[in-house]
Ligand binder design. Structure first.
Ligand code: MN
Ligand code: MN
Length: 499
């Protein structure tokens, strides 16, 4: 049987915009689910997806990808990589799987929204493949950590975390629900595929893959690079959508959605990827600093993408660039200090050699964040671990649900950017988080962060013990210093004495 080339049939086969007879156009594609911009159907028909594939081709390639990732895992499974892995690296795996695996399923639902309610046939077609991609990412990232559960129960949080009230889960759900499940298909195309996938997934799935290869975690490196090849494809759903919106006079509103999504993702990556790259990855194996990866992938590539399409860089770009030097150090300090509240063991990453590296990558680190670590080091050395552990909870931001952090030392600048709305005071970690809230206050108002729940009496007993229980953490789950303070004793070497 003669087969046509894909280019001969693709356009007509995927053009499924028929005229409905039994329902109205609005009933078939309600604005709230499809397109809050309300661009006419015929304009959407100019949507031209840059990546075209058929189902047959898709299945063939995906089958090969899965066979590759699973066979590397099977071949290397017996090498007991985990037994010899640095505890800091294990923590990266636990953080990654718990924070990401189930969000991949949620991303599948977002793709499904575009597959059903997207106004452009090409968008629906690509999103159908995107839905299959995200299903694969969810499944494979639950399957891989599963074999570790019998060795280390923190790996059980790959499946558990997103079903819990752990603060990190609340922060992750709040941010992703805002760009994935709580928006119409067109907004999802902008906020998830353009703002998140063309920018940030590179950080976690390519940057971290480079570190994984250095560490010798071939299985993980292979797995996440394989995932990124899917992201790189379905991330392209947003660009042609943005083009149509800009052509039809909606630049301002589209810009706003991109700006909101970018900021929300940035804050999340500052707490997930920042500490992983600059503190948890063993020093000798670090490919680049978090900031260097961010400058390469975000400042370099994403900024160019934004400008190419005809948008501007977000209005807060200068704040963001400045944040690259600071935010994730504060987040790391907070996560390490509140370590019983997480399902992984934070690596301090503050031994003398690591501090030299941090000072080189972030000049001034010793005079700011280093001052806090000096106190922690003294306390551990004096047998006062109790002073390095939390007794209560921090103030968290009502937008990103992460602790409100500032620069310690002489530059101490912590500030609560608050806002009173309908009789309630909301606290924000930055002016940008507050700006996000102000764009659509009723969308966010009413949500209770962990501290709001604590103050409302929903967490009992009202102390750290009650909070840990509320977050679903059993004593054996609670994070502790990844290296059992071994790094502190490096300060006894004669050439490096702690002050
Ligand atoms: Mn994915
Ligand atoms: Mn994706």
């Amino acid at each position: 049987m003669a087969l046509l080339n894909r280019s001969d049939w693709y356009d007509i086969a995927r053009d499924t915009n028929w005229t409905p007879k039994y329902v109205t156009e609005e009933e078939l594609f309600p604005k709230e689910m499809s397109d809050c911009f309300d661009v006419p159907r015929e304009k959407w028909e100019t949507y031209d997806e840059p990546y075209k594939t058929s189902y047959r081709e898709y299945v063939k390639v995906q089958r090969e990808k899965d066979a590759g990732a699973y066979s590397v895992k099977a071949a290397l499974g017996r090498m007991k990589f985990l037994d010899s892995a640095d505890p800091g690296w294990k923590s990266i795996l636990k953080l990654h799987y718990g924070g990401i695996a189930l969000q991949e399923y949620a991303a599948g639902m977002a793709e499904a929204t575009m597959a059903r309610f997207g106004r452009a046939p090409g968008m629906r077609n690509m999103a159908t493949f995107g839905l299959l991609d995200e299903t694969r990412h969810g499944q494979i990232q639950l399957y891989f950590p599963h074999e570790y559960v019998s060795k280390d129960r923190q790996f059980d949080w790959a499946h558990k975390a997103m079903h819990s009230n752990d603060w990190a889960a609340i922060a992750t759900r709040h941010a992703f629900a805002d760009i994935m499940s709580g928006r119409d298909a067109t907004s999802v195309a902008l906020m998830l595929t353009f703002a998140f996938e063309t920018a940030f997934t590179n950080m976690q799935f390519l940057g971290l893959a480079a570190d994984a290869a250095e560490v010798g975690d071939v299985t993980f490196s292979n797995l996440i690079s394989s995932i990124q090849t899917d992201e790189a494809r379905h991330a392209q759903i947003g660009t042609p959508a943005l083009k149509i919106l800009i052509e039809n006079g909606h630049k301002e509103k589209a810009q706003k959605l991109v700006d909101i999504a970018f900021w929300r993702n940035w804050r999340l990556f500052a707490v997930v990827t920042g500490p992983s790259m600059d503190y948890y990855t063993p020093l000798a194996k670090r490919e680049k600093s978090f900031k260097e990866f961010m400058v390469e992938w975000i400042v370099g590539q994403f900024e160019r993408n934004i400008l190419d399409i005809g948008l501007d860089v977000p209005w807060y770009w200068d704040t963001f660039l400045e944040d690259l030097n600071t935010t994730h150090h504060g987040m790391h300090l907070g996560v390490w200090y509140w370590r019983p509240t997480v399902w992984w063991d934070p690596a301090a990453g503050a031994s003398p050699d690591e501090r030299d590296w941090l000072e080189e990558k972030y000049p001034g680190w010793n005079d700011t964040y280093g001052k806090c670590w000096d106190v922690i080091i003294d306390n551990i050395k004096n047998g006062r671990e109790d002073l390095t552990l939390p007794e209560t909870l921090p103030i968290v931001c009502n937008m990103n649900h992460l602790p409100i952090v500032g620069v310690p030392g002489k530059k101490w600048d912590v500030r609560d950017h608050y806002l009173d709305y309908k009789g309630r005071r909301y606290h924000f970690g930055s002016k940008v988080d507050r700006w996000v809230f102000e764009q659509d206050p009723d969308r966010y108002a009413g949500h209770q962060g962990l501290i709001d729940r604590f103050l409302a009496g929903k967490i009992q007993p009202a102390n750290l013990e009650g909070a840990l229980k509320y977050m679903g953490l059993q004593p054996e789950d609670c994070g502790k210093d990844a290296h059992d303070y071994a790094w502190v004793w490096n300060y006894n070497k004669p050439d490096k004495v702690a002050v």
